[in-house]
Structures are given as C-alpha cells and as structure tokens.
Design a protein around this ligand. Structure first.
Ligand code: FAD
Length: 475
C-alpha cells in the first residue's frame, strides 16, 4: 500500500476542513486533505448552503417580479425551465468547488480523493476513488467529516420521499409537495418550490416553525407563508406514509389526536442532521463520542486523543458552515502551537427565506428561559425610509441589552438583507459594544442598516423615527 507522511491530515473538505487545511498550509505546515468528492466544498457547496441559496435567489426574483405590480410594474407569469435552472445551480457550485481545487493546488496541499478511516492514532487508511488504497501517516489529524440528513424509521424508501439532497437535485417541480419538519432547511426549500409553482404543505411537531428563532422575528415570514403555502400544520405528527408509483399517501395526527390523510407528489423529509462519526475507525483511537454521535472536543478543538482534532458539524452544535470554518482555523492554529481557543461571543444564525431572519447572541426566548433580565429596543421597519422604498414595511430589528451596563447581548432582524445586516450585531457583541456605540455610529441613509442604529436608540425610549409611545402601543 502506498504510504504518505504528512504533518496534518484533514478528513473532510467541507467549510470546516478546507479552511483548516488552507490555514495550516499558510502557517507553513505540510497538509494532506482527504475528501470523497473531486474538489473540496463538502455538503455546504455541493448539497447545502450554496445550491439552496442559488434556488432561493431564483425564487426571490419570481416573488419580487410578482409583487412589482403593487407599484405599477406588471410582468407575466414566469415560465420555469427546470433543466436550465438545475444546470445554472450546478454551474454555481461547480465554479466554486473548482476554485477551491485551484486554491488547494496553489497552496501545495496534497488532495487525496477517497474515504478515510483511522488505522490507529497516528495513521489513516484511505480507500481511494480509483479502487486503490493509501496509508496516510500523520502527526496531527483534523476530523471534519460533517453530517448527513437524519431519517425517520418506517418512512418508505422511494424516490418520491426525498431528503434535502434529493430536493436540491430539483428533478421536477411537483404539483403537491409535503415538507416534514419546519426547521430552516425545510422552510427554505419549501419556499423555493412554492415560488416555482408547487403547492407546498409543512408539518411540524412543535407549536411553531423555526423553533430556534424568536416568535416576533418569525411572524413576518409566517404571514407570507400563509399566502404562499397550502398548509402549515404545527403540533402535528406524521403517523404513516405509503409511497406508490405516482404519489405518497400521508397520515397526520394533530395535538387533539385528530387524524387526517392527504396525498402528495413528493415529500421532503428535513428533520435534522446527524454527525458523520460512525465508520471512521474511532474505536482504534482514544477519541470520545457523545450520545448524539458528536466528537467531544476541548476549547482548541482537540479530542481526548492529543493528536486528533475535530471541527464542524461532527464536533457539535450549531451545525453551521461559518462555525465550522472558525473552528477549522482555531484547530490549525492550535496544531501550529498558537494559544488560540474557540470562544465566540456570538454566532450568527440566518434563515435565507423571504423575508430573511437573522439573529446572534442572546434571543428573547433564551433570556426568558434562563431568567436573564434584558432591555429590548424594537424598531419596526414601517418607520424605515429604506424599507418603505422597498415595499417591505413588515420587517423588524431589535437589540437586546443588559439593563445596567447597556452592553449589547443579542440582535434579531427580520426582513430582506437580514443575513447581511446581522454582521454588525455580531461585531458589536464581539467587541463588547454598548447601546450608545450603535446609536452614535453614523449609518448611511437611506439604508436598512439604520434600523440597527434606531433599535439601539430605542433602548433609551425613542429614536428619530419611532417614539416611545408608539413603541409601547405595539408591545
Ligand atoms: P460538511 O460540509 O458536511 O463536509 C464534510 C465532508 O467530509 C464531505 O465532503 C464528506 O463527503 C466528507 N467525508 C465524510 N466522511 C469522510 C471520510 N470518512 N473520508 C473522507 N471524506 C469524508 N449552513 C450555513 O451556515 N448556512 C446555510 O445557509 C446553510 N444551508 C444549508 C442548506 C442545506 C440544504 C443543508 C443540508 C445544510 C446547510 N447548512 C448551512 C449547513 C452546512 O452545510 C454545514 O453546517 C456545513 O457544511 C458543515 O461543514 P463541515 O465542514 O463540518 O462538513
């Protein structure tokens, strides 16, 4: 068997693994990056963040064109060329993953295409894509194997019952589609399919969709979905599913025990993701895995085996690309002997729906649950000039601060561009900013970023465009 000796072996080329490999190489180390795909990118680029956002962009264009009639610009109904849309989406991630391949070569990182397993705590066996095997002896390894869609036992094995990977393939635009699971992946993909013409229903066991986000931020989206989705069934379980050749028959049971039945052309099951920690040969190392399958790591992302680190989805929540990237850079620095540790004060979460929802730091629900006293400045977008020019008065920006010190603890935004706007909130929390820092920072006019400034002003009662009295009457 061929033998490679390397300083750092990175297993998995997703948004955790490739930045870890790139950073380790930039720090002067010899790096071997192992992934099953032709190029780095991982779930995020091949079958996650990027293809879903490409489809959501197309969906947003359709919705915006439809709504333009409100201000006197009318277009005809869109004609959707599914094959072309699919090809465009594939070209987007093709370009990006190809670019990552180039960056890998430019950094002189050895890229091994195959599936790796630990032989022991200092070497890996890689079954390569061409059928041969190679041994990789390492001084340090970084496990960045990511996660896979969770499935529900008993659901039929049928092409009509898809996970997110299947839905992103966009084989067709089904007339009737059921989304099982009201988390961000299901709602994003459901909204894209609805814009392309599917009649979409969502079923969620919990009392609300997007359970991790504050209810006031979800409200503008929920109102829109009421119009564009066929049904949103909360506190409802799927109790049976039978897939035929042409349709899927689904049985539901609501909180009162009432049973109903409906048929769909396709079902998207998006009920969470599970870490890819099995079949890695971890039992041949001292790496410890928790009950949910996540690798246990310390603040430098080192496992119980001192030569092995773990980052990204396989190393715990939140399962988000940017958290994986951050951890990857920390692990590379730790291996290089730097004293870097993973201790973010705020990790942004973004739901890329229309409107977008984004938050970071403390949420109001979390503050309530943990009995943390907070002061909240809530600025409705109806009072924003920029939001009004966009016809998007339904948005909201809120800032949560510690009542005594006025230190910013959390920010939540609902509205177009929330995913971009949240960066200011993350920086504010990371820098230990207080309300006055945001309120007295000059924000360009007319922009949606002014809503962050005004929400911070509202912590003191009134802001330029919203009074304390109006604020009280809304709350
Ligand atoms: P992954 O991206 O999962 O990459 C792991 C890689 O390791 C894969 O290429 C896999 O093939 C490879 N691998 C696994 N086992 C082995 C092995 N034994 N040997 C060799 N290679 C192996 N996150 C966001 O932050 N924003 C979003 O908008 C967003 N949208 C998403 C939309 C969808 C539909 C999905 C499914 C996910 C989305 N995510 C999003 C989550 C995001 O994709 C993950 O958090 C992120 O990809 C995790 O990165 P990672 O590096 O840990 O692993």
């Amino acid at each position: 068997m061929e033998m490679i000796r390397t300083k750092v072996a990175v297993i998995g080329g997703g948004p955790g693994g490739y930045p870890a490999a790139f950073h380790a190489a930039d720090l002067g180390m010899d790096v071997t990056l192992i992934d099953r795909e032709e190029n780095p990118g991982g779930v995020c680029l091949y079958r996650g963040c990027i293809p879903s956002k490409a489809l959501l962009h197309a969906a947003a264009v359709i919705e915006e064109a439809r709504e333009a009639k409100e201000f006197g610009v009318a277009f005809g109904e869109p004609a959707i060329d599914v094959a072309k849309l699919r090809a465009w989406k594939e070209s987007v991630f093709g370009k990006l993953t190809g670019g990552l391949g180039q960056l890998t070569r430019q950094r002189k990182i050895r890229f091994v295409r195959g599936t790796a397993r630990f032989a022991d705590s200092a070497s890996l066996e890689v079954a390569q894509a061409d059928g041969t095997a190679v041994k990789v002896a390492f001084e340090h390894a970084i496990v960045a194997t990511g996660s896979s869609p969770a499935s529900i036992p008993g659901f039929p094995d049928s092409p009509r019952v898809m996970d997110s990977t299947g839905a992103l393939r966009l084989d067709d635009v089904p007339a009737r589609m059921l989304v099982v699971g009201g988390g961000y992946i299901g709602i994003e993909l459901g909204q894209a399919y609805a814009a392309f013409g599917s009649r979409v229903s969502v079923v969620e066991m919990l009392p609300a969709i997007l359970a991790g986000a504050d209810a006031d931020l979800v409200k503008p989206l929920a109102q829109r979905l009421k119009r564009s989705f066929e049904a949103i069934m909360t506190q409802t379980r799927v109790t049976g599913m039978e897939a035929g050749e042409r349709e899927v028959r689904v049985t539901f049971e609501d909180a009162a025990g009432k049973r109903t039945e409906a048929t769909f052309d396709r079902v998207l099951v998006s009920v969470g993701r599970k870490p890819n920690s099995r079949d890695l040969g971890l039992d041949r190392t001292r790496v410890e895995v928790d009950a949910a399958g996540f690798l246990k790591v310390d603040a430098q992302r080192c496992t119980a085996e001192p030569t092995i680190f773990a980052i990204g989805d396989v190393a715990g929540q939140p399962m988000l690309a940017h958290k994986a990237t951050y951890e990857g850079k920390i692990a590379a620095e730790a291996i290089a002997g730097k004293r870097s540790v993973y201790e973010p004060r705020a990790i942004p979460a973004v739901v890329f729906t229309n409107p977008e929802i984004a938050w970071c730091g403390l949420t109001e629900a979390e503050a309530k649950e943990k009995s943390i006293e907070v002061k909240v400045g809530r600025f409705p977008w109806g009072a924003s000039g920029r939001a009004t020019t966009l016809g998007r008065a339904d948005g909201l920006t809120k800032v949560l601060a510690d009542p005594a010190s006025e230190r910013i603890l959390g920010i939540g935004i609902a509205g177009p561009g929330a995913g971009e706007l949240i960066a200011e909130g993350v920086l504010a929390i990371e820098m230990g900013a207080v309300a006055a820092d945001l309120a007295w920072t000059i924000h360009a006019h007319p922009t949606l970023s002014e809503t962050v400034m005004e929400a911070a002003e509202l912590l003191h009662g009134s802001s330029t465009h919203f009074t304390a009295a109006a604020s009280k009457s809304r709350n």
